[in-house]
Design a protein around this ligand. Structure first.
Ligand code: ZN
Length: 86
């Protein structure tokens, strides 16, 4: 007689466990796997990021800029030396 009471509870527990596993699989597919790996390389590269010269405000790619003090960027060494007085 006890088994008749336990059986529905066991089946209910199994159903809940299986349903949770199924929903985790569905959630894992969409946001977790592909998007972060696809976004990170493009964000790290950013080859065409445009910055502004702190001296003459001309715009140029960051790869062509001269890094200065305080995180500033300049279009040339001459402008960096002119702005920083070095
Ligand atoms: Zn400049």
């Amino acid at each position: 007689m006890k088994y008749l009471l336990l059986l529905p509870l066991v089946l209910l527990a199994l159903w809940l466990i299986l349903r949770q596993r199924g929903s985790h699989r569905v959630q894992g597919k969409d946001p977790a796997h592909h998007k972060p790996e696809a976004v990170d390389p493009t964000a790290a590269q950013s080859p065409t990021e445009i910055i502004e010269c702190a001296r003459c405000t001309v715009h140029l790619p960051r790869t062509d800029a001269v890094a200065g003090l305080h995180g500033l960027h300049y279009c040339s060494l001459a402008h960096r030396q002119d702005a920083e007085g070095a």
